[in-house]
Design a protein around this ligand. Structure first.
Ligand code: IPE
Ligand code: IPE
Ligand code: MG
Length: 237
């Protein structure tokens, strides 16, 4: 692919339930199908040379879904980690899992630990899986950590700036996404990386997540390449 590439692409993987509903199948079938689309997105990112792919897999608010759906989603996570660990390591993909990992059940936490460990040396693509993640919760956590550091005398309140705030975030080491893709046509952010999305280019596709292919990723990147990013300034010339 020619033209300037987004360095960091983030995806709100949405529409699994509707995909299943259209086929009169239980929602969990949509979640299982969504795993194929994750493979597509990873291969597309490797092919284009995008450096960082961040996938929103499970939000803090998703814990309010019925227990059987949560169980299915945890099963998909475990199965993905099991099936993909070796492939991803071979492809040079480094996996990180960001979110309230301590809320996951023991088998899921184990699966996460194994995939992170097995892929730690990957340098072709950084894959951030956002699991039990919520941006407001993350921002509140950062505020609390900074307040505690100030109270303990480790931090001057005057020294708190964007840099210190960002580094107090759970995702402090994750750069801002250049491009955010949301599938299934919903025009909303749903508590995803609110801090980082300040100047991210947004792309919404009607494609439901299980139908997402690398061509959909390429289409989003091509659209991004036609955008003019201004960051509040005026256009040169
Ligand atoms: C995305 O698909 C997966 C998660 C949010 C965990 P949904 O399950 O939200 O599917 P829809 O939006 O109901 O179609
Ligand atoms: C956002 O999708 C969360 C993930 C994709 C993990 P949701 O389906 O949970 O979001 P809403 O409820 O449509 O806003
Ligand atoms: Mg949804």
């Amino acid at each position: 692919m020619t033209g300037h590439l987004p360095r960091h692409v983030a995806v709100i993987m949405d529409g699994n339930g509707r995909w299943a509903g259209q086929r009169n199948l239980p929602r969990r079938v949509g979640h299982w199908e969504g795993m194929k689309a994750v493979r597509e997105a990873v291969e597309g990112a490797l092919e284009t040379g995008v450096g960082i792919l961040t996938l929103y897999a499970f939000s803090t608010q998703n814990w309010s879904r019925p227990a059987e759906e949560i169980e299915a989603l945890m099963g998909v996570l475990q199965s993905f980690a099991e099936r993909e660990r070796r492939n991803l390591a071979r492809e040079g993909v480094r996996v990180r899992v960001l979110g309230e990992v301590e809320r996951l059940d023991a088998p899921s936490r184990d699966a996460v630990r194994r995939i992170v460990e097995a892929t730690r040396d990957g340098d072709a693509l950084l894959l951030n899986l956002m699991i039990s993640y919520g941006a407001r919760e993350e921002i509140v956590g950062a505020a609390r950590a900074l307040a505690e550091a100030a109270r303990a005398g480790l931090l001057e309140t005057d020294s708190i700036d964007e840099g210190t705030f960002r580094s107090a975030l759970l995702t402090g080491s994750v750069p801002d996404p250049d491009l955010l893709i949301r599938t299934s046509g919903e025009m909303r952010i749903s508590n995803f990386m609110l801090w980082h999305l300040a100047y991210t280019e947004l792309y919404v596709t009607p494609v439901l997540w299980p139908d997402f292919t690398r061509d959909d990723l390429f289409a989003a990147i091509l659209d991004y390449q036609r955008r003019e990013r201004r960051f509040g300034r005026v256009t040169a010339g």
